[in-house]
Design a binder for this molecule. Structure first.
Ligand SMILES: C[S@@+](CC[C@H](N)C(=O)[O-])C[C@H]1O[C@@H](n2cnc3c(N)ncnc32)[C@H](O)[C@@H]1O
Length: 231
């Protein structure tokens, strides 16, 4: 079922605090959404997103359900639906990206397979159902409280948990600090965050997941975890 405006609150009812967090709605605005969609339409998935899709294609996710948090224009959703995912839930804080993702779902003819929720995932995660696959592709680096985002999304995964986030070495941290300094100078609200890989890993592991895949794409780490099965 396609929910044109969130099933939990309609776009026009959305409190600004939900989307103004970290300047996300300004950073991920209409102009950037249009560029991202155009790039996807002309080149298909690229970089870490392409790697994730290759991984899930090999895992044969046909018939499974997906929760894609911060999915942007919805590349993971659109491509995994083509691979046979039964249905997807999209949770996106940017109204412009949320709209672009719905536009593409309509263009590809699978709008009836995606439920759309708009806003900060952490504020209403407890109202969402669990799914077989949970993905956060380049999302925790846009969010101040990475551990909160990870712990609230982990509990919604029945099987696979996938993260793409920046490596936390000294050069990346320095780069993020310089970028944030520039944002401050130019009076932009958006900041990038380099979260501790060690903390994220132990949080996921302590919730009963094992890492089954790890690779690197540029300065981004791609990690997939699988829930331990207890007989
Ligand atoms: C760098 S973009 C990545 C988009 C897409 N996953 C991709 O890789 O093309 C990060 C996205 O995460 C969204 N986002 C960040 N924090 C979020 C949160 N707490 N809840 C929902 N969406 C969030 C932003 O609005 C943005 O669209």
């Amino acid at each position: 079922m396609l929910i044109l405006h969130s099933g939990l609150f309609r776009l026009e009812d959305t409190p600004m605090s939900c989307c103004s967090i970290n300047g996300l709605y300004k950073m991920f605005n209409e102009s950037n959404a249009a560029k991202e969609l155009e790039k996807y339409r002309s080149k298909g998935p690229t970089g870490p997103t392409k790697e994730i899709l290759t991984f899930f294609t090999q895992e044969r996710v046909m018939g499974k359900t997906l929760l894609d948090i911060g999915g942007g224009v919805g590349i993971i959703q659109h491509e995994l639906i083509k691979e046979g995912i039964r249905n997807a839930i999209s949770v996106e804080a940017s109204p412009a990206y949320n709209n672009a993702s719905q536009l593409e779902a309509n263009a590809q003819g699978h709008e009836n397979k995606i439920d759309y929720y708009m806003g900060d995932f952490t504020t209403y995660s407890s109202q969402l159902p669990s799914t077989d696959v949970v993905t956060l592709d380049k999302v925790i680096c846009c969010y101040p409280n990475g551990e909160d985002l990870v712990s609230k999304s982990l509990i919604l995964s029945n099987e696979y948990y996938e993260l793409v986030y920046p490596s936390d070495n000294v050069f990346i941290k320095l780069g993020a600090s310089l970028l944030n300094f520039y944002k401050r100078l130019t009076k932009k609200d958006y900041r990038s965050y380099v979260h501790s890989r060690k903390k994220i890993h132990s949080l996921i592991q302590s919730n009963g997941f094992d890492k089954i895949f790890e690779t690197r794409s540029g300065f981004m780490m791609i990690e997939v975890y699988k829930k331990q099965v207890h007989n």
